[in-house]
Design a protein around this ligand. Structure first.
Ligand code: BJW
Length: 270
């Protein structure tokens, strides 16, 4: 930690790549492992264009359930340490950028401003007819989803007819809308990553609470590490990429991050 803190005190740019683990202590389930099931499926079975085309009612029940869970959750000390660090370093002319795979908006709720939500948000929809993306915080998002979405494996499917599922109303196209999340399947709705290469080549990189098995996020830290950028991983366990990084802080990031990102007595810009 002392070695990491020396880099931290001097870094002009800090890039934080986060995954589901950062929200685990807020009570949001992670994807992989025992808690990652909804009924008998995992996200990789339902967060795909094929699953939505085959059974939009089931996929909407899944997203409705997760929207309702997430709206009751609050940022934890890990989210708050990141947001506080961004504000503090900003006052010193330094920059913190957060790239999150999470769709729960808890970084935003914590106050993080410089944020790329590369997998989208549970609270945005995309019209399948005209492509328009819109914010939508309604609960439920449409009357037919009310009382549906229970996660237990034995739950009866709601089998909602497609005309009663959420529709796009902004442009008049009125098509079926899907959740605007970055679904599995190469090349779909690529996230906006234009400036990333430039910033990431000269930063301190922190990789927080992600299993590092989903691309493109999984590739950023190993790539910059190979170019000599110091990378610190914060995770409960090791990941396939751990031995490629300079630092690994094992444990709940609600405890490790506040210590790592706290004010350093020698905070200066290099
Ligand atoms: C704690 C903790 C605590 C717990 N403290 N830690 C190469 C190129 C292109 C595509 C591919 C490719 N290789 C493979 C692909 C295909 C695919 C892919 O990656 N598949 C893998 C499953 C093998 N990729 C895609 O389909 C991507 N598409 C694409 O076109 O990419 C194009 C591209 C490539 C390269 C450059 C530019 C563009 C799209 C991927 C979209 C992922 N979608 C999902 C669903 C989102 C919507 C939804 O949620 O409904 O995103 S899948 C799911 O996994 C979700 C997550 O964001 C994502 C990552 O999971 P994450 O966050 O790592 O969570 P977990 O559960 O896996 O891990 C939690 C970790 O936290 C664990 O390690 C715990 O130990 C830890 N933890 N508590 C600290 N308290």
């Amino acid at each position: 930690m002392a070695d990491f803190r020396t880099f931290f005190a001097k870094a002009k740019h800090i890039v934080i790549i986060s995954g589901a683990g950062v929200s685990a202590e807020s009570g949001v389930p992670t994807f992989r492992g025992a808690g990652g099931y909804w009924r008998k499926w995992q996200a990789q079975d339902l967060a795909t264009p094929q699953a939505f085309a085959h059974n939009p009612s089931r996929v909407w029940e899944f997203y409705h359930y997760r929207r309702e869970v997430v709206r009751t959750k609050e940022p934890n000390p890990g989210h708050l340490a990141i947001a506080e660090c961004e504000a503090r370093l900003g006052r010193q002319g330094r920059r913190v950028m957060v790239i999150t795979q999470n769709i729960d908006e808890l970084h935003r709720k914590a106050g993080t401003k410089n944020l790329l939500e590369i997998h989208g948000s549970l609270f945005k929809t995309r019209c399948t007819s005209c492509g328009v993306v819109a914010e939508n915080y309604k609960s439920p998002i449409c009357p037919a989803l009310s009382g549906t979405g229970a996660p237990e494996p034995e739950t009866q499917e709601a089998r909602i007819p497609v005309e009663k599922l959420p529709r796009g109303l902004l442009t008049g196209a009125g098509g079926l809308v899907s959740s605007n999340c970055f679904w599995l399947g190469p090349g779909l709705n690529p996230p906006p990553l234009d400036d990333l290469e430039r910033i990431m080549n000269k930063c301190l990189c922190c990789k927080v609470g992600t299993s590092s098995v989903v691309y493109p996020a999984a590739m950023f830290a190993p790539q910059v590490s190979a170019r000599g950028v110091p990378v610190a991983e914060f995770n409960m366990e090791t990941t396939p990429a751990t031995n490629r990084f300079r630092f690994h802080f094992q444990g709940p990031c609600g405890s490790t991050l506040p210590e790592a990102l706290a004010r350093h007595e020698n905070e200066t810009v290099s």
